[in-house]
Design a protein around this ligand. Structure first.
Ligand SMILES: CC(C)(COP(=O)(O)OP(=O)(O)OC[C@H]1O[C@@H](n2cnc3c(N)ncnc32)[C@H](O)[C@@H]1OP(=O)(O)O)[C@@H](O)C(=O)NCCC(=O)NCCS
Length: 271
């Protein structure tokens, strides 16, 4: 039997998408990201006797010396042969050569096989993140402002190590915070002089018409300001869906806000 790991090619697309049609109960997302991942590079395919049977993508965030590992998929007929382990190890090796010190990924909390795979590869559970969805809807504009300076929000970001862009957890270092402020991506609401909600908005690079909100902090009163604002923004921009990720254990109730899944953010030192 011949095993090889090589860069993915456009010609692998059909074969791979065929075995990724019903990975999860809700389907899969690989068809949305395939072309972008090919362009971004570090997109690997494992071939058994020249048949592409498994994939994995590594996205290197140079300034953070971090590799984001995503899209680990093994054709159901070729599982438990060590292929996922081989692919992740390949991505880690390439990442190390590129100066990365940390590898990270997210795994849904009920995906026991993957959690086991990650633990075998010495990843550890970092924080738990809750995933909610919300529909774009017209609202009267609410009392929301864009953060004017990193200083204004510093206190609230102390424990916030990441924000989410295209389902990648990006470290919130000082430089990143500063550019998010400049791009007007950090929104806040206030009750008197206190911030009562804070979130980071991104428009997905890979998933069409999808707005993502990393909800850093909210109170009961704050949620009634930040969520109508984002619903209206998405409505005006003709977006189809809003995805919300938060480390907050529970959110105050809000009509239409639906909790979907919980994910573990997992990391591994590459030193
Ligand atoms: C999870 C998945 C990628 C594993 O691929 P795989 O090639 O079968 O995994 P490997 O053979 O490399 O197994 C590596 C380790 O994972 C764990 N594992 C994999 N499949 C398992 C299963 N069915 N039951 C229990 N543990 C399992 C084991 O600990 C295994 O190590 P071991 O054999 O030394 O005990 C594969 O099942 C898959 O494609 N699932 C659907 C997509 C998915 O969940 N992707 C990950 C999203 S984060």
């Amino acid at each position: 039997m011949q095993l090889t790991i090589r860069n993915a090619l456009s010609s692998d697309k059909k074969t791979v998408l065929d075995f990724c049609k019903s990975t999860f109960s809700w389907g899969d997302y690989i068809h949305y990201v395939w072309d972008n991942w090919l362009d971004e590079g570090n997109f690997f395919v494992l071939c058994e006797n020249r048949h592409s049977v498994a994939i994995c993508h590594g996205f290197i965030i140079k300034n953070a010396k971090l590799v984001w590992i995503e899209g680990i998929r093994v054709n159901p007929n070729y599982r438990q042969k060590g292929y996922a382990k081989k692919l992740v190890t390949k991505v880690e090796t390439v990442a190390k050569k590129n100066g990365c010190k940390l590898a990270a990924m997210i795994i849904e909390s009920n995906n026991f096989k993957s959690l086991k795979l990650a633990s075998k590869l010495h990843y550890t559970k970092n924080k738990k993140w809750n995933y909610y969805i919300l529909t774009p809807t017209k609202h009267r504009t609410t009392n929301i402002q864009q953060a004017k300076s990193p200083k204004e929000i510093a206190k609230y970001l102390v424990d916030s190590e990441f924000y989410i862009r295209s389902w990648r957890w990006i470290p919130l270092d000082a430089k990143t915070i500063s550019s998010l402020v400049k791009e007007k991506k950090i929104i806040i609401s206030k009750n008197q002089n206190h911030i009562d909600s804070l979130g980071i908005i991104t428009e997905s690079d890979h998933f069409e018409k999808t707005m993502m909100l990393t909800l850093i902090y909210t109170t009961k009163s704050g949620i009634k300001k930040i969520l109508p604002y984002i619903q209206n923004l998405a409505y005006e921009k003709k977006f189809e869906r809003i995805q919300i990720l938060t480390k907050m254990r529970t959110l105050p109730t809000y009509s239409g806000l639906e909790k979907r899944l919980t994910f573990y953010h997992m990391t591994k030192n590459l030193d």
